[in-house]
Design a protein around this ligand. Structure first.
Ligand code: NAD
Ligand code: ISE
Length: 341
């Protein structure tokens, strides 16, 4: 039996999810070494580098170019993604980029153009719901036909709280964008138009528009409504239920146990995304690393998916500002990304 090749990864951004992915790549998954890290916060980068025996690079572009880096994982803030992803494409290196691919659809299209010019897929975007066992099971039931043709999906994405740097539009561009990608994947259809409704603001909302209700109209006429709440305090609560012509299918309770005591049944709510989606992130990076080391085409959500999600996000931000229904006009889909939906 031949030994499996070790994938040497460089990580840009050693904040919350950067550190979590480094832990995953070095202690959960096999066949991956984190050989280089960088962060504008050089003290954090040095500490993280030390903990895994990696080199701390002074900047992201230098890390991308480093000879010992086979593939790049981008976990810095969204506004910095484009520069690093394009540098990786230019260097011909596979790049896993946390969502969003970039913060505007124009920036995403520049990434798409760079990848098309390169001629093969190098980019994967961190839309991990596609790897979550519960979302995968939902899609399997939907595709089995048992609930009939889909009509609607009801979703809720509730954060216990969000970081201090969170801007009002991040409720859409950083949070709702997960359901935007999930809906495209679940129903195999692009989003054609979006509306955003605002109820009375939560007293926990601060300056944020919180909560929000997005209504996504898919090209295949399925409607998806998404409640976004980013300060519910009680936990991290992700819900989804599909209504078909003959039945429904819903995500189950995320609590692994239920406790019966003193006349009540209680079940824990996960505190945050690390706990709720831990298994999904593991599978996501496992499959990404396997396709890179196996020399296979990157099969996960790619630059086109990142662009399409950003185009819908942009439309939703406009809908939030204007209160109007905003249609989504996508660019022509390059052949590199397969057939149009
Ligand atoms: P964070 O603030 O904890 O970490 C980001 C890190 O990037 C910080 O340490 C910051 O100093 C660093 N950084 C900023 N600009 C940089 C640059 N130009 N070069 C190098 N480092 C730079 O934020 P986070 O929560 O870890 O989020 C990072 C990214 O991951 C965001 O795009 C976010 O949307 C995404 N994210 C995805 C999920 C998910 O569920 N898939 C969960 C959390 C975060
Ligand atoms: C964060 O960046 C994530 O991606 C989480 O999955 C999401 O729940 C949260 O709202 C975002 O801020």
């Amino acid at each position: 039996m031949t030994a499996r090749a070790q994938l040497r990864v460089g990580v840009i951004g050693t904040g919350m999810i950067g550190q979590d992915h480094i832990r995953r790549m070095t202690t959960v998954l096999s066949g991956i070494s984190v050989v280089a890290v960088t962060d504008v916060d050089t003290a954090v980068a040095a500490r993280v580098a030390d903990s895994v025996g990696a080199v701390a690079h002074p900047d992201g572009l230098g890390l991308v170019a480093a000879a010992e880096v086979d593939a790049v994982v981008v976990c810095s803030w969204g506004g910095t993604h484009e520069e690093y992803v394009r540098a990786a494409i230019e260097a011909g290196k596979p790049v896993f980029c946390e969502k969003p691919l970039a913060t505007t659809q124009e920036a995403c299209l520049r990434i798409v153009a760079a990848e098309v010019a390169h001629g093969s897929r190098l980019v994967q975007v961190g839309y991990m719901r596609r790897y979550d066992p519960a979302y995968r099971a939902l899609k399997q039931v939907l595709e089995s036909g048992v609930i009939g043709a889909p009509l609607m999906m009801h979703c809720a994405h509730r954060n216990a709280g969000v970081p201090a740097f969170y801007e009002p539009e991040n409720t859409i561009t950083d949070t709702a964008v997960h359901e935007i990608d999930m809906a495209r994947w679940m129903f195999g259809s692009e989003v054609a138009a979006v509306r955003v409704l605002r109820p009375r603001a939560s007293r926990n909302a601060g300056e944020l528009p919180d909560p929000l209700l997005l209504v996504l109209e898919l090209a295949n006429e399925v409607l998806v409504d998404v409640e976004i709440s980013v300060n519910v305090r009680y936990g991290y609560d992700i819900r989804g239920e599909i209504l078909g012509e003959d039945g429904t299918v819903a995500l189950g309770d995320p609590g692994l146990i239920s406790v019966r005591h003193a006349g009540h049944v209680t079940s824990p709510v996960p505190p945050g995304w690390r706990d709720r989606f831990g298994a999904a992130y593991d599978v996501e990076l496992r499959e990404w690393a396997d396709s890179v080391t196996g020399g296979e085409a990157i099969g996960g959500p790619g630059a086109w998916d990142g662009y399409a999600a950003a185009a819908v996000s942009d439309a939703a931000v406009r809908a939030l500002r204007t209160g109007e229904r905003v249609t989504v006009a996508l660019a022509e889909r390059p052949a590199l990304y397969g057939r149009a939906r």
